[in-house]
Design a protein around this ligand. Structure first.
Ligand SMILES: [Zn+2]
Length: 399
């Protein structure tokens, strides 16, 4: 029997589709804690067919800045962790997310068939189909008779779509000491192309507090926070270079037309392409904030920073890409890759020094839109691919 047939025999495409459609029918927008709890429940029972214990881990505390400048704690759902053979010499981590970008009141809530092989549905590609690929790849791997040498952790977080702030410590803990990592974002293109190097991203909220005064009677006594925020915008956009983009996104605060405003909150995003660019920006921002404080006689509070460091592809990571490609070839699948501007948990795993391929999930497209679709045969196809990669990681030459 060929490798392909033996693997495909162990993968139940019908069950995969039923599970994916069932999971996609549960709204699990990142802020929908009830929906996330339902998903965590469904996933816990689905993943309990594997060896090891499923555990639900509390989210790490995360704060944000409200439109009135106060810091508040943002609630999050729990994350799922499964540990199997923790004593194994080679251990890998497989990660996915149970949240989606669609809030509970979003009009896109239902699955529908576009044709015999394509389903349009919320989170089908990103990434409930991918979660199903993890489960069925591991089932096939466990049934292969070659699983003993490889231990693994599965981590499914509840907040990937908002930057994994409540799961980042967990991801970093689970990545420690791992031989390799696989993350189940959908392929970068519908033909199965993987995402290769990724840039990073950071989000900042800068709160500027001045002094209010009457705009006509004593404006000289005021310290205008909107003017200071505008000056800040003009100075940070100067920091954009070939290796980093800076997007001032919003200024909140302000006051009535006859009042010198004492509050402004500037929110901006940065996209560093390299670790060097990320660190350089951080070094340049601090003196600019100090200068704005001094020049405008206002107080500044800085919140946020880089949440996803850039993900270059080093030699060991490239070996993992090559391994995925050769496994694809054994299964008759052509696997290529391309760099992308998008970010995901693969960024955070790579920053722990662990080789990662982060688009091992289904083939599909139009993610983060009501046109999101999954190519149904890719469920079994990608599960076979991952199962074979796991067998080679267990028994092949070191990366
Ligand atoms: Zn995703």
């Amino acid at each position: 029997m060929t490798t392909q047939n033996a693997l495909l025999d162990r993968i139940d495409a019908k069950t995969m589709l039923d599970q994916t459609l069932d999971w996609a029918s549960v709204n699990s927008g990142t802020a929908n804690l009830e929906g996330l709890a339902v998903m965590a429940d469904k996933l816990s029972s689905a993943f309990s067919v594997l060896p090891g214990e499923v555990e639900l881990v509390e989210p790490a505390p995360v704060s944000a800045i409200s439109a009135d400048g106060t810091e508040f704690e943002k609630p999050h759902g729990r994350h799922l962790v499964l540990r199997v053979r923790p004593e194994a010499a080679r251990r890998v981590v497989l990660t996915g997310h149970m949240d989606t970008v669609y809030p509970v009141d979003h009009p896109f809530q239902e699955n529908s068939w576009l044709d015999d092989e394509t389903v349009n549905g919320p989170g089908t590609a990103d990434m409930k189909g991918g979660l199903c690929v993890i489960l069925h790849a591991l089932r096939a791997f466990e049934a292969s008779g070659n699983a003993d040498r490889l231990g693994y952790d599965v981590m499914i977080n509840s907040d990937e779509e908002t930057g994994s702030l409540a799961s980042r410590p967990l991801i970093e803990k689970l990545a420690q000491g791992k031989y390799a990592a696989l993350t189940y974002e959908p392929s970068a293109r519908p033909d199965g192309t993987l995402a290769h190097a990724r840039g990073g991203t950071g989000n900042y909220s800068i709160t500027l507090r001045g002094q209010s005064a009457h705009a006509g009677r004593n404006p000289q006594d005021g310290r205008n926070a909107i003017v200071a925020a505008s000056d800040l915008v003009m100075r940070i956009v100067e920091l954009a270079k070939d290796d980093i983009t800076i997007n001032p996104a919003k200024i909140e605060g302000g006051a009535a037309n006859n009042v010198v405003p004492d509050l402004a909150i500037l929110r901006f995003n940065i996209r560093p392409k390299s670790t060097h660019a990320m660190e350089r920006f951080d070094g340049e921002l601090a003196p600019i904030l100090a200068a704005i404080e001094a020049d405008h006689e206002i107080a500044i509070h800085r919140h946020g920073g880089v949440t996803r460091p850039p993900k270059p592809v080093d030699d060991r990571a490239q070996k993992l890409f090559d391994l995925v490609k050769s496994c694809g070839a054994e299964l008759g699948q052509t696997i290529g890759w391309q760099p992308t501007g998008g970010v995901c948990d693969g960024n955070n795993i790579a920053s722990c020094g662990v080789p990662v391929v982060d688009t091992m999930g289904v083939r599909g497209g139009a993610i983060h839109s009501p046109d999101e679709y999954m190519i149904v045969p890719s469920l079994a196809e990608r599960a076979a691919l991952s199962a074979l990669v796991l067998e080679k990681l267990a028994n092949g030459d070191p990366l």
